[in-house]
Design a protein. Structure first.
Length: 216
């Protein structure tokens, strides 16, 4: 799991929220697969005019160094703008392991992400709840913050009691299939970056590169 602060902020965040203010939303069950439809109650933006906005948000996520260093994206599934109003929720479920990527090809869903778009004080409830080793973790981030987590994790969106909770959600196929290997590479890269430019750093850089080739 990785939390990235301020993926969107300032004018960029305002642009996304303004576009969604005027967007048409439809029943979110349309995009759910299998038994997830039975526990999903929300709305999703249906406007074709939002295609450029989806590309912008995806490109902003992909250009974020923390996101790219952790996820190592190869493919992205089409991004969804979701909205939860009072009484809406998404019961415990796991996302589909395979999806259609932006280019229409089949992709493996390794990582899911939620990019929160509204001030958490503007709505009650609506926490993203991750089942981490059977210990529910409720997560409610500031507007513009994102969380990435393995798609295999059971998760839910708690009922919204008041206000509206909007988010951009999506899925990534990583160059590194195994979650533990992906995390180790991320930690190793961060550690190497903190070292002085000396022989030890060069050796560990070589280790990192060879592990990327071995695991990628």
């Amino acid at each position: 799991m990785l939390i990235v602060e301020q993926v969107l902020h300032g004018e960029d965040l305002a642009r996304v929220r303004s576009a969604l203010d005027g967007a048409a939303f439809t029943d979110g069950k349309v995009s759910a697969m299998g038994s997830a439809r039975e526990v999903k109650r929300n709305a999703e933006a249906a406007d074709a005019s939002l295609a450029e906005l989806r590309r912008f948000v995806k490109q902003t996520l992909g250009a974020n160094g923390k996101v790219s260093g952790y996820a190592r994206p190869v493919r992205w599934a089409p991004l969804i703008f979701s909205r939860y109003g009072p009484g809406d929720a998404y019961g415990e479920h796991v996302d589909a392991p395979f999806m259609r990527a932006d280019d229409g090809a089949e992709m493996r869903a390794d990582l899911s992400f939620t990019l929160f778009l509204d001030d958490p004080a503007s709505y009650e409830g609506g926490e993203l709840v991750l089942d981490s080793q059977r210990r529910p973790q409720p997560i409610k981030l500031a507007a513009g913050d994102a969380i990435l987590y393995p798609t295999s994790v059971l998760h839910a969106v708690a009922p919204v009691r008041s206000g509206a909770r909007r988010a951009a959600v999506g899925w990534i196929e990583s160059r590194i299939r195994d979650a533990e290997q992906r995390l180790l590479l991320h930690e190793l890269e961060l550690g190497v970056a903190a070292l002085p430019h000396d022989a030890n750093r060069r050796r560990l850089t070589a280790v990192f590169a060879n592990l990327m080739k071995m695991w990628g």
